[in-house]
Unconditional design. Sequence first.
Length: 146
Amino acid sequence: MLREQAWLLLNVIPEADLTKTVLMLKNGVSINVDTIFRKEKEYLMVRGREAGSNDEGRAFFLPYEEISYIKIERLVRLNELRAMYGEAPQTAGLADGDDVLSETPPAASSLKATVIAPAAAMDPAAIAKQNLLDRIRHARTSAGRK
């Protein structure tokens, strides 16, 4: 990806979604972004972690040429995509609570789309703590079943 392209894409993504952004590199490695620290002329400096790793808070100096594509790791509604590019939201034919998942109005579809709310942003430390507590509880309950 060219530097200008990466720069433009990173400026389109809303600030609230940066912690849900994944940078996919040409070598197949993906970086889960916590914070974009600095956008330099030749490289991007981010704090985050490699996908599949628990090592959080690492610094990555990524040359723009090594970024293959950028992914937002959550459900993104079409109206959210429109808003990223400054377009007006589409509301014609939508009932209250309907999520815009496709260009087809709900009346034209025989199936009702299920609304999936984006996961609430949680502190990574709180997630790790909860995972540890769950493992301890599981170990205690399974130890008594011998």
